[in-house]
Design a protein around this ligand. Structure first.
Ligand SMILES: NC(=O)c1ccc[n+]([C@@H]2O[C@H](COP(=O)([O-])OP(=O)(O)OC[C@H]3O[C@@H](n4cnc5c(N)ncnc54)[C@H](O)[C@@H]3O)[C@@H](O)[C@H]2O)c1
Ligand SMILES: O=P(O)(O)OC[C@H]1O[C@H](O[C@H]2[C@H](O)[C@@H](O)[C@@H](O)O[C@@H]2CO)[C@H](O)[C@@H](O)[C@@H]1O
Ligand SMILES: [Mn+2]
Length: 448
C-alpha cells in the first residue's frame, strides 16, 4: 500500500487533535508517510502542532515526518491529500452570525439561515484561494473539504473549478447520525448501508440496510418513536446541546414519518422553537469557545508540559474516522459507499442538474460514483428547491457583489421568511462583516 503525504489546512483547528487520533486509529486503512499542518495563524497552530509532535512520537513512530508551517509552498509541495478545515473570521465571527438573527427572532445558527449566509460569504474567497494555492504546488492532490458552510462552499467551488475532479466536499453529520442508528441496532456504523438524499445539512435517510441487504429502516424508526434518539459519537455524547438536537429527531419523525431526517432540518421545520431555546449570551459559538476550544487547548498545554499523553484523555471520533475512510477509498480504489456532496446531474431526477446534492456514492480512484436517487416527493422537493435557491443566490451575490440577491436569499430562507426582517438582519450582518465580505451594490427602486 502506497503511504500518503497529508497536509491539514487549518492545522490550528479544534478538530485537529481528534483527527490525529483518528489517523492513528486508521493507520492500517490509510497509512501515512508524512503529515504537514498549514495555517495562517502561527500561534494558534503551534500549540496544536507541539502537542501533535508528542502524540505522533508515542503512537505513530513509523511516520517519516511531521512538520507545521505558514508557508504555502512548503505545505503543499508533494501532498497527495489536503484535508481543508478553515474558519474565516474564527469562532468570534460565528458568535455574531448566531446573535444578530436572534435579535430579530430569527434562527441564529452556524450553517443555517442568515448565519450560514454570513459564514458562506466569508468562506468563499478564502476557499478559492486555498484551492488555487494547493493546485499551484500539488496539481494532483485530492482536496477533501469540510470547511463550512459546506453547501455554499461546494457551490462556489463547482463554479470556480468546473474541471477539477479531485475536489470533494464532505460533512460528518449523516455519519454521526448513523453511529446512533448502529447503536440502536447493536451494530457498527461500517456495517450499515444508507440510502439518503438532500442538500448539505438538509436531507433525509430513505432507508438503512445492513451489508447482507436486510432493510433495517423500520427497526430504527420504531426505536426512535418508542425510546427517543440520542447522540452516541464520543465527541457529542455528553453535550447538552447535541442531546437536545438529537431529541428533536423524535418530534420530526412523529410529524413527518416518511423518512429519517438529518438533525439540521430542525432549524427549518421548527424555527420558532429553535429561537425560543436560545440564550443571546450563550449561543453555540460561546459554548464551543468555553467547551471544545478550551478543552483542546488545555489538553495541548498538558501534553506539551508532560511531553507525554499519559495525563490526558484523547479520543477517536467519527468526524476524523469518516474523513479518513473517505480518503482511503479514493486513494486505494476501495469503492466503499459514503454520503458525499456531488453535482446532481440527474441523480435526483426531478431536481435541477446543477445542484450540489448530498447522496451516497461509491468512492474510487476515479472519483465518486454516486447512486441514482430517482424522483423525490413533493414535500421534500419543495423544501429543497427553496433552500437550493437560497444557496445559489448567496453564491451569485458573492460573485456579483449584489445586495438585492442577498435580500432575496434571506427572504426565501425558511429561517427568516419576512422581507423587512431579512433587510434588518442583512444590514446588521454587513456592518460586522466589513472586513470579510465584498462591498455590495444595491439596486434602487425606480423613482417618480
Ligand atoms: N463539514 C462538516 O461536517 C464539518 C464538521 C466539523 C467541522 N467543520 C468545519 O471545520 C472548520 C474548522 O472548525 P473549528 O471549529 O475547528 O474552527 P477553528 O477556528 O478552531 O479552526 C480553523 C483554523 O483555520 C485557520 N484558518 C482560518 N483561515 C485560514 C486560511 N485562509 N488558511 C489556512 N488556515 C486558516 C484558523 O487560524 C484556525 O486555526 C470550520 O469550517 C467548521 O465549520 C465541518
Ligand atoms: O456546534 P459544534 O461546533 O459543536 O458542531 C458544529 C458541527 O456539527 C456537525 O459536526 C459534528 C461535530 O463537529 C463533531 O464534533 C461530531 O463528532 O459530531 C457532529 C455531528 O456530526 C456538522 O456536521 C458540522 O458541519 C458542524 O460544523
Ligand atoms: Mn456538517
Amino acid at each position: 500500500m502506497k503511504r500518503q503525504n497529508l497536509v491539514v489546512v487549518g492545522g490550528g483547528s479544534t478538530y485537529t487533535l481528534g483527527m490525529i487520533m483518528s489517523l492513528i486509529e486508521e493507520k492500517k486503512n490509510f497509512p501515512l508517510k508524512s503529515i504537514t499542518f498549514y495555517d495562517i495563524n502561527e500561534e494558534r497552530q503551534e500549540k496544536i502542532a507541539k502537542a501533535t509532535e508528542v502524540i505522533l512520537r508515542e503512537k505513530y513512530p513509523e511516520l517519516d515526518s511531521f512538520h507545521y508551517t505558514t508557508d504555502k509552498k512548503e505545505a503543499y509541495t508533494n501532498a497527495d491529500f489536503a484535508f481543508v478545515q478553515i474558519r474565516t473570521g474564527g469562532l468570534q465571527m460565528r458568535e455574531k452570525d448566531e446573535q444578530i438573527p436572534l435579535k430579530y427572532d430569527a434562527v441564529g445558527q452556524e450553517t443555517c439561515g442568515p448565519g450560514g449566509m454570513a459564514y458562506g460569504l466569508r468562506s468563499i474567497g478564502d476557499m478559492i484561494n486555498v484551492v488555487n494555492d494547493i493546485r499551484e504546488y500539488a496539481p494532483n492532490a485530492w482536496i477533501l473539504n469540510y470547511t463550512n458552510p459546506a453547501a455554499i462552499v461546494a457551490e462556489a467551488l463547482r463554479r470556480e473549478f468546473p474541471h477539477d475532479d479531485k475536489i470533494l466536499n464532505i460533512c460528518d453529520m449523516p455519519a454521526a447520525i448513523m453511529v446512533s442508528y448502529a447503536k440502536i441496532l447493536g451494530k457498527e456504523i461500517w456495517d450499515l448501508v444508507p440510502e439518503y438524499f438532500g442538500l448539505n445539512h438538509f436531507g433525509w435517510f430513505t432507508n438503512i440496510y445492513d451489508k447482507q441487504g436486510n432493510r433495517l429502516t423500520d427497526d430504527i424508526k420504531r426505536a426512535i418513536t418508542d425510546n427517543g434518539f440520542i447522540p452516541e459519537d464520543s465527541e457529542i455524547v455528553n453535550d447538552p446541546s447535541w442531546i437536545k438536537t438529537f431529541k428533536q429527531v423524535e418530534t420530526m419523525l412523529n410529524d413527518f414519518p416518511d423518512y429519517l431526517p438529518n438533525t439540521y432540518l430542525q432549524y427549518y421545520l421548527y424555527p420558532s422553537d429553535m429561537v425560543a431555546k436560545e440564550e443571546m449570551t450563550n449561543t453555540r459559538a460561546r459554548q464551543v469557545i468555553n467547551g471544545r476550544e478550551k478543552r483542546v487547548h488545555t489538553m495541548s498545554d498538558q501534553i506539551i508540559k508532560d511531553q507525554s499523553t499519559e495525563n490526558v484523555e484523547l479520543e477517536v471520533d467519527i468526524h476524523g474516522c469518516y474523513m479518513i475512510r473517505v480518503a482511503a477509498s479514493l486513494a486505494y480504489n476501495n469503492g466503499d459507499t459514503f454520503i458525499v456532496i456531488v453535482e446532481n446531474n440527474g441523480l435526483i431526477s426531478n431536481l435541477q442538474s446543477d445542484a450540489m446534492v448530498e447522496v451516497p456514492a461509491a468512492l474510487t480512484s476515479r472519483g465518486p460514483k454516486p447512486y441514482a436517487v430517482g424522483e423525490i416527493p413533493t414535500f421534500q422537493k419543495g423544501l429543497i428547491e427553496g433552500q437550493l435557491a437560497f444557496e445559489k443566490l448567496v453564491v451569485d451575490a458573492w460573485y456579483e457583489r449584489d445586495y438585492n440577491k442577498l435580500l432575496q436569499a434571506l427572504t426565501l430562507n425558511r429561517a427568516v421568511v419576512d422581507a423587512p426582517k431579512a433587510r434588518q438582519i442583512l444590514d446588521d450582518l454587513i456592518e460586522v462583516n466589513k472586513d470579510y465580505w465584498p462591498e455590495l451594490k444595491q439596486l434602487q427602486p425606480v423613482q417618480g
